[in-house]
Write a protein that binds this ligand. Sequence first.
Ligand code: SF4
Length: 303
Amino acid sequence: METLNNEVTAQQKITETVGKFIGLIGKRLPDDVGKRLVELEKEEVAPLSKVVYQSMMDNQDKAMKLNRPSCQDTGVIQFFIKCGANFPFIGDLEEALTESVLEATKNAPLRHNSVETFDEYNTGKNIGKGTPSIFWDIVPNSDKLELDVYMAGGGCTLPGKSMVLMPSAGYEGITKFVLDVMTEYGINACPPLLVGVGVATSVETAAVLSKKALMRPIGSHNPNERAASMEKLLEDGINSIGLGPQGLSGKKSVMGVHIENTARHPSTIGVAVNTGCWSHRRGHIIFDKNLNYEITSHTGVSL
Ligand code: SF4
């Protein structure tokens, strides 16, 4: 365990900073989500839709004023890590992040959401075997650490669906899969939804991409022109279902549709869908090699 100064180890510093960041994420939505909710409220005309959006805004104000979570389901904490191969504290990271969840559980506080499978008891700590979820990407020639921290709720992005289509199903098959999922269970999460779609080679590659798609800022587009065009077509299609806020009907169903993709085997099209809800609690933080940090998802925050 490396020491930053005489008193505080690097592991402690990461634990403390990320623990506080988790607490903040549970209360304050990221800037892009807040902005999109305001935009969507303006587009609705029905009084019921407007009232529901207003209650979401009130909820957010009160979460900050009363220091309470934005939603009672504070989810399973998931970390999507881009860690530089030269980040000096790489070896301490997994333990530091796990400890940060424990800290946030006590201090934020977070609901107890970790049940050990087969033994079927709640650990009461939000940590357990393989939990929190940590997804690693190692970045060559970098000494930085980039973290997407996400609260995955039981009604939104812990459910999800993935399958492998025959290649003849083509992009029409992907579209049908996505729309079938959205009309079957999309409403299970509280709309307006952020829809993540993974298009890849197998169930597991598509599934991870569909979740990573939800870490992208709202309003961003897939760099591939055709994929970006499909994002727009799917968004229009899902909006035409008319879910509206909280599924009580309205003009718009989604905050956006994000597709992430990789190459595929000629014989397969892996596809997956994951839906984030209106209380899409994620945060993005970057540490340098001295553990100075920058938060890009929430402006004006110091932990
Ligand atoms: S879908 Fe989202 S807002 Fe609705 S209960 Fe679950 S976490 Fe909360």
